[in-house]
Design a protein around this ligand. Structure first.
Ligand code: PGA
Length: 248
């Protein structure tokens, strides 16, 4: 049985002081059943978040990492630094980084491998543009991303990786994919992993849907057999919504 995982992606929102206020409101969230709740904070809020979340049910995540161990990489943050703060999950390959910061699959693959080396769990984002969906190229796009981002990843790491299917046209737009379209892609992603790593890996890997997920839509999404969780941006910044999402 795969454990559900609801992760909040705070993006570039909240100062450290604001983070403390918001997390304090969220701390008493009750998590029903066998599921995980994660908040992926901006780097500047992680230390404060780590202190607050220490005895809570909410797990700590980051939104990016660099793929070298240490050294002359001005402005970058290493796996060792995140490990030291108690981070468990790290988002990699978010479409905002792929599109705005021109991150390539090659770089994303290096990040995935480095995270696994440091026992950090990647939340690897994949997804198509509206143009790719309209021209029916969405399955091919996602397959290509997965193949490129999984180079040299071995089957024993599959249980530590979460794939987040996030159609770019659904992120921050208020227009979510239909639960069926999300399910179809998540089933396809599972098939892709099964082809490459075998049946057990395909059954083990956790796959989230992300893109305008709200408390009103989460139930339908989570009822789908191949969807194991959600990666949530906007709604995860509102205390009541975050609590409702976690207890879908
Ligand atoms: P959204 O963002 O929920 O605000 O659409 C999702 C994401 O980018 O992870």
């Amino acid at each position: 049985m795969r454990k559900s995982i609801i992760a909040g992606n705070w993006k570039m929102n909240k100062t450290q002081s604001e983070t403390i206020i918001l997390l304090n409101e969220m701390l008493d969230v009750k998590i029903e059943g066998d599921r995980e709740a994660v908040v992926c904070l901006p780097f500047t809020s992680i230390s404060a978040g780590a202190d607050l979340l220490e005895d809570s049910l909410i797990k700590l995540g980051a939104q990016n990492v660099f793929y070298e161990d240490r050294g002359a990489y001005t402005g970058e943050i290493s796996c060792e630094m995140l490990n030291d703060l108690g981070v468990e999950y790290v988002i990699v390959g978010h479409s905002e980084r792929r599109e705005i910061l021109k991150e390539t699959d090659e770089e994303i693959n290096k990040k995935v491998l480095k995270l696994l080396e440091y026992n950090l769990k990647p939340i690897l984002c994949v997804g198509e543009t509206l143009e790719e969906r309209e021209s029916k190229g969405h399955f091919e796009k996602v397959k290509k991303q997965i193949e490129a981002d999984f180079v040299n990843v071995t089957s024993d790491s599959i249980g530590d990786i979460v794939i987040a299917y996030e159609p770019i046209w659904a992120i921050g737009t208020g227009v979510s994919a239909s639960a069926q379209d999300a399910e179809d892609m998540c089933a396809f992603i599972r098939e892709t992993i099964t082809e490459q790593y075998g049946k057990e890996a395909g059954e083990t890997i956790r796959i989230q849907y992300g893109g305008s997920v709200k408390p009103e839509t989460i139930k339908e999404i989570m009822a789908m057999p191949n969807i194991d969780g959600a990666l949530v941006g906007g709604a995860s910044l509102k205390t009541a919504d975050f609590k409702a999402l976690v207890n879908f």
